[in-house]
Design a protein around this ligand. Structure first.
Ligand SMILES: Cc1cc2nc3c(=O)[nH]c(=O)nc-3n(C[C@H](O)[C@H](O)[C@H](O)COP(=O)(O)OP(=O)(O)OC[C@H]3O[C@@H](n4cnc5c(N)ncnc54)[C@H](O)[C@@H]3O)c2cc1C
Length: 616
């Protein structure tokens, strides 16, 4: 039987077992209204309603969905499983650093947000990544302030002792707790990975016991957001909402979209009092009131859009769109970041049996793997995109660190930034502070600047630029303010980002050329080994359409920084110039950490809930 019809049988089974009981919203008044039922929104909703006296409403545009595509870990390899679960109208403006091509902006629209459709890697940044946030003036947001919340949210489920020994899998139990989110390393590992690991280790870079303990530099094993007890993806709804469906003080409205924030009149400081919402089935619009706070958790694209539609944002952008300015705040929609990357393709020969591609090429292997999954939720179908990644520092990749830093320091800050930064003292001050910190990180061995695979099949390679200097923006469209906003990454516009990418690719080639991988007969097809200089590598990758502005990590567009340095929210997460209005999602990230973003988003959610509880 082909895989898909087998999966169809499974849907029924899963939906009977796992359909969550969502309470319908009956009231109009709540203590907190949370906009966005994604990763951060659902963590905050759970924690706030631990107190029975506190009432919370979550507004989510997407639906609650349980399908094989978002439950079976192996399906995380196939982004088409996200069809129908994404904001499908989001496209970037032409990207000047990428030949003026436009790109889909990948954002989930489903209860649970990105955690329902993502690649399932659970990896935190290094201590240096979060300490950089604190150095920008955000008290308590360094590693020491974040780690307790990372721990609080997670429970680690290790591989079996036999698998751990066979594959030399290590982890640090101290950096996980007994929290709602199960993160695990499957017992299905493929033997070729041992040689790829050997090659990485032989480079001499630091190999942490567990990159999640603040040492995300060097190759490391990383967990996936999978609950081994059920063999399924553990996402934000599964972990934080399904187990508390009996709480009557938590209401969730799905297929409902927040249109704008309602502010009270006559007060000195603009005070958020509620949210205008539309029922997406009936088209009916109404207002829900928030007695204590409106909490924005709509993600790095929709949160700045909602603020701007509500009159909080850059004056010129609001005026052009015909929106009355209530608080002039240029930071809203500025500082937009993601991880740009280069795709690198190799010819390789798998050496050991089995290899991950057998699920697609060998019907017998596939059938037995599926039977194993159906019977006991183990086996190849629990293997998502693998459990190992390498995040590497600049000094580990080049002896030329000082020239990269010198070239960064010699730049006029405004040269490569969006035009509205020019002459804007606050935004420029904030970027200058970020640039100084990033220049410092470039010189450290305990802070990564590039990401690479540690694969069980080395065909596909990736060089991710983890500390980009280029900055984009998210602004409502003047002609269609309620439609897709103007989004631009400006990926690779800053030449230092191109340099880091090229250094990364040259280093990557040295790893794949190591004797430990001789049997794999690796040869590079994209971009091609003949391209070696910074310029040739960039031009060849551009010509081969192998550069991308996004690893689906949109962030930074409502940055947590001092207001005088281009901040949108304070370290208490309150939007400057307003009262009772906070942001808790990935848009608050001031400098993108060198890791995939969901672990950070879960950590931000946990910490944000504590911050909000404290002020109550
Ligand atoms: C395809 C894809 C692959 C990824 N892969 C990985 C990975 O392998 N590892 C990793 O660590 N990270 C990955 N990520 C990133 C990670 O999932 C996100 O960083 C994380 O989900 C961000 O959390 P958030 O709470 O800020 O936003 P989200 O989780 O995106 O939640 C925002 C929610 O708000 C809702 N919303 C928006 N606007 C409105 C509105 N006006 N009214 C009502 N609701 C609204 C959205 O529908 C969404 O559900 C991936 C993301 C995507 C999309």
């Amino acid at each position: 039987m082909p895989v898909f019809s087998r999966l169809a049988v499974a849907v029924q089974l899963f939906s009977i077992i796992f359909t969550p009981a969502l309470a319908a919203a009956t009231a109009k008044d709540y203590d907190y209204v949370i906009v966005g039922g994604g990763v951060t929104g659902l963590v905050v909703a759970n924690r706030l309603t631990e107190d029975k006296r506190v009432s919370v409403l979550v507004i989510e545009s997407g639906e609650s969905v349980d399908s094989p595509g978002n439950m079976i870990p192996y399906k995380a390899n196939d982004l088409t499983s996200a069809n129908g679960l994404m904001w499908d109208d989001l496209t970037s403006l032409p990207e000047p650093g990428l030949g003026n091509s436009t790109y889909n902006v990948l954002v989930a629209k489903v209860l649970g947000g990105g955690s329902v459709v993502n690649g399932m890697v659970y990896d935190r940044g290094s201590a240096a990544d979060y300490d950089a946030w604190e150095a920008l003036g955000n008290n308590g947001w360094g590693w020491a302030g974040m780690e307790p919340y990372f721990k609080k949210g997670t429970t680690f489920q290790p591989p079996s002792a036999a698998v751990a020994e066979a594959f030399n899998i290590t982890w640090d139990p101290e950096t996980y707790g007994s929290g709602p989110l199960a993160v695990s390393i499957t017992d299905t590992q493929y033997p070729d990975i041992k040689d790829y690991w050997a090659a990485w280790k032989a480079t001499g870079v630091h190999v942490p016991e567990d990159g999640n303990n603040g040492e995300a530099y060097g190759p490391s094993w990383y967990a996936n957001t999978m609950d081994k007890k059920t063999g399924r993806r553990a996402h934000a709804r599964y972990a934080y909402i399904d187990p508390i469906s009996q709480r009557t003080n938590l209401n969730i409205l799905t297929k409902t979209t927040a249109q704008r924030i309602i502010f009270g009149s006559g007060k000195k400081k603009l005070t958020a009092t509620g949210v205008e919402i539309t029922d997406d089935t009936t088209g009916k619009t109404s207002i829900v009131n928030a007695k204590k706070e409106v909490v924005l958790a709509a993600g790095a694209i929709q949160t700045p859009k909602l603020l701007q539609l509500s009159g909080v944002g850059p004056r010129s952008v609001l005026k052009a769109a015909g929106v009355k300015v209530k608080v002039e705040l240029d930071a809203v929609g500025s500082n937009f970041q993601d991880h740009p990357y280069a795709t690198v393709v190799f010819n390789t020969t798998p050496v050991h049996y089995p290899s991950p591609n057998l699920l697609m090429t060998n019907a017998t292997f596939n059938a037995s793997a599926w039977a194993q999954y159906e019977a006991n939720k183990t086996g190849p179908y629990t293997y998502a995109r693998g459990n190992a990644l390498a995040f590497i520092s600049l000094p580990d990749m080049t002896s030329n660190v000082s020239s990269v830093v010198a070239s960064l320091n010699s730049q006029q800050d405004a040269s490569y930034l969006p035009s509205f930064y020019k002459g804007n003292k606050k935004l420029l001050k904030g970027f200058a502070a970020q640039k100084k910190i990033i220049a410092g990180l470039f010189q450290r061995k305990d802070a990564a600047v590039a990401e690479f695979p540690v694969p069980a099949d080395g065909t596909y390679g990736l060089v991710g630029v983890e500390k980009p200097l280029s900055r984009g923006f998210v602004h409502i469209n003047a002609k269609n303010p309620t439609g897709s906003p103007d989004i631009i990454h400006n990926a690779f516009v800053n030449p230092v980002d191109r340099t880091v990418m090229a250094i990364g690719l040259r280093f990557f080639r040295t790893v794949w050329a190591r004797p430990e991988l001789k049997e794999y007969k690796i040869s590079e097809t994209v971009p091609g080994a003949q391209y070696t200089s910074d310029e040739d590598i960039y031009s060849a990758l551009l010509a081969q359409a192998s550069l991308s502005p996004t690893l689906a990590h949109p962030s930074g567009s409502c940055p947590m920084m001092p207001e005088s340095a281009g901040g949108c929210v304070s370290d208490k997460l309150l939007v400057y110039g307003t009262k009772h209005l906070s942001v808790v999602d990935a848009s608050i990230i001031p400098i993108i950490p060198s890791c995939h973003l969901q672990a950070t988003a879960y950590g931000i959610g946990e910490k944000a809930a504590a911050v909000i509880k404290n002020r109550a």
